[in-house]
Design a protein around this ligand. Structure first.
Ligand code: AHM
Ligand code: MG
Length: 336
């Protein structure tokens, strides 16, 4: 007998919509459009090595076609499709300084912020990368949206997710009723539910941090991470180090296996004084996912990431995120 096919992500989204009888179906439509884009990016990422287009923006590939850098490709694919999807009123991308308007007469009720391809320094070396997205309802009532629609705190997100382009392509999504993971079957072109209701282990023994920067962290941050590397058998310390340098990959590993990811502020580098990662399309969506999975996300001075009122589109934020009890311990050190 043939095995029954798994639950597709589209089916899952429709089923979730049924739980909200008042839903207009717009969010479902928006997510489905976004998923099509991510499948397109996934196909391109998988071809990167073969087509010899890695990092060769402005050059020609083996078919003598003009090629784009993958991050540029991901950005344009997202913008071009989502600007006409009819569900958005404005967008923001890591790759674009200003807000991105949607096509006139295609305005909808949602706003989208995204990092089209995070971890781009890892593209050339065939290490996992990912796309991250955050969705809010618009604040304005009609017409084209503006930055005011995008500058909303993380706790007001209606959906958040990422797609990891790894050994397989995986979509991790929350619409506020838990976190679910879907793996792409590239032969069928469908994401199937593979990880239902993901919960992050409450306590971990793994640490993901760029230790090369440790002399530049705040003293209390240095003290906390120093403590995690000290011998303490009862507490299962020292923690083991796991750092890829690709946020989606590091986060995903910790989400499934437990772990603490941190990118604290760098007190000696003015550009990184507020941390490196961006609030709107990196920290806030991952914070929504981790909270839905039972974990936590804070800054290196103990603020909840989801409570921060954004002031600008590309605002950076120090990010400490992962297993709940590890973040609780970090908070205790940071707020002493
Ligand atoms: P990017 O948006 O330019 O790709 O930078 C973000 C990346 C994250 O994926 C990763 O967590 C971090 O930068 C790594 O930074 P570092 O190399 O300083 O450790
Ligand atoms: Mg990024």
């Amino acid at each position: 007998m043939r095995r029954p096919l798994g639950l597709t992500v589209s089916r899952h989204i429709l089923d979730s919509q049924r739980l909200h009888p008042d839903a207009s179906g717009e969010l479902s439509g928006l997510l489905n459009e976004l998923i099509v884009v991510c499948k397109t990016i996934s196909a391109e990422v998988n071809m990167a090595g073969l087509a010899a287009i890695i990092g060769l923006s402005g050059k020609k590939n083996v078919q003598d076609e003009e090629v784009q850098k993958l991050d540029e490709f991901a950005h344009l694919t997202l913008v071009n499709r989502m600007a006409r999807c009819g569900y958005l009123c404005v967008m923001s991308s890591e790759e674009e300084e200003e807000v991105i308007e949607v096509e006139p007469n295609f305005e909808g009720n949602y706003v989208l912020a995204f990092d089209p391809l995070d971890g781009s320094s890892n593209i050339d070396v065939n290490v996992s990368i990912g796309s991250i997205f955050s969705i809010h309802k618009r604040r304005s009532t009609s017409g084209p949206g503006s930055s005011a629609d995008l500058l909303q705190p993380g706790h007001a997100q209606v959906a958040a997710g990422y797609v990891l382009y790894g050994s397989s392509t995986m979509l991790v999504l929350t619409t506020g009723d838990g976190v679910h993971g879907f793996t792409l079957d590239p032969n069928v072109g469908e994401f199937y539910l593979s990880h239902a209701n993901i919960k992050v282990p409450e306590r971990s023994t793994y640490l993901s941090i760029n230790e090369g920067n440790k002399q530049s962290w705040l003293p209390q941050v240095q003290a906390f991470f120093e403590m995690l590397t000290q011998q303490d058998e009862e507490k299962q310390r020292p923690y083991s180090s796991r750092y890829i340098g690709s946020l989606v990959a590091d986060f995903h590993r910790n989400l499934l296996s437990g772990g603490l990811f941190a990118y604290p502020r760098n007190t000696k580098d003015p550009e990184l004084f507020q941390g490196k990662l961006r609030l709107l399309y990196e920290a806030a969506p991952l914070a929504m996912i981790i909270e839905q999975a039972g974990g936590r996300a804070i800054t290196d001075d103990g603020r909840n990431i989801l409570d921060i009122e954004p002031e600008s589109l590309h605002q950076r934020v120090p990010l400490i995120i992962g297993s709940k009890l590890d973040v609780d311990d970090a908070e205790e050190y940071f707020t002493r």
